[in-house]
Write a protein that binds this ligand. Structure first.
Ligand code: NDP
Length: 253
């Protein structure tokens, strides 16, 4: 198989589980050197070992991206140790559900800090390096892929602030896309429907039961399904930008 990302470097936030984990493996299979960002260092180290054993190159970069300084340092370390940055995958996220009236506002702040501020801090630090990569070989194009959500297209009850953050991801992405398009830094949003990951487990058991009841026995997406979508986006030729990709489980209405 031709490895379409040979010679490039990708940074993936939230690489310690779920979609980020699958995406890092997929981009490494395509030949990218990958920087694995997240707080759970042991999980990142396990993934790095898997990638290295399969012949790839991975760097463990433990960081809490809600800290602007830590997010910037993660980007700088990636460039120092892997040499460049071609692809930024802003995937780290948190989904805390429940009715807005009476909610703990700290939960709101935590979601905004990760889903929006963390994404923006990481992007802010990465853009100069992405602009440089987009002006250079091997691809003369660079990518920012932001993981939004179906909840960034349609707002649902019980998830007002999660939806607000994901609508925000869509707005930020589109504005940035316009700003960077002429310099060949593409900005894309992937909007998954329900994916079988740890995301829901940060909620109390009662909320998880409500989610189970809502989705019933439909076959959910797997993280690899989103990694495939993301791989498609970043391997398009230089003149093709997939700005938005909504991926639902077939049975999700
Ligand atoms: P997971 O809970 O498996 O992954 C979330 C990742 O985010 C973890 O790797 C976690 O790593 C990381 N993360 C959380 N907080 C921070 C932080 N402060 N700093 C750095 N990393 C952080 O869930 P998913 O894989 O499902 O979620 C990935 C993305 O997909 C999220 O943005 C989510 O909103 C989005 N999404 C998911 C859907 C689903 O149904 N699962 C549907 C639509 C969108 P660590 O704890 O090690 O820091």
């Amino acid at each position: 198989m031709t490895r379409r990302l040979e010679g490039t470097v990708a940074l993936i936030t939230g690489a310690s589980s779920g979609i980020g984990h699958a995406t890092a493996s997929e981009l490494a299979r395509e030949g990218a050197s990958v920087a694995l960002v997240g707080r759970r260092k042991d999980r990142l180290a396990d993934l790095a070992a898997e990638i290295t054993n399969a012949g790839g190159r991975a760097l463990v970069v433990p960081a809490d991206i809600t800290d602007a300084h830590a997010a910037a340092e993660a980007v700088e370390r990636t460039v120092e140790e892997l040499g460049r940055l071609d692809t930024l995958v802003n995937n780290a996220g948190l989904m805390l559900l429940g009715p807005a009236p009476g909610a703990d506002v700290n939960d709101w702040r935590r979601m905004i800090d990760v889903n929006l501020m963390g994404l923006m801090y990481t992007t802010h630090a990465a853009v100069p390096h992405l602009l440089r990569a987009a002006a250079e070989q091997p691809r003369q194009v660079a990518d920012i892929v932001n993981i939004g959500s179906l909840a960034g297209r349609i707002a649902f009850g019980m998830s007002a602030v999660y939806c607000a953050t994901k609508f925000g991801v869509g707005a930020f992405s589109e504005a940035l896309r316009q700003e960077l398009a002429r310099q060949h830094v593409r900005v894309s949003v992937v909007e998954p429907g329900s994916v079988d990951t740890e995301l829901r487990t940060h909620n109390p058991a009662a909320v998880q039961q409500q989610l189970d009841a809502h989705f019933g026995d439909i076959e959910r997406l797997q993280s690899q399904d989103i990694a495939d979508a993301l791989s498609y986006i970043v391997t398009r030729p230089r003149h093709v930008a997939i700005a938005e990709l909504l991926v639902r489980p077939t049975e999700q209405v």
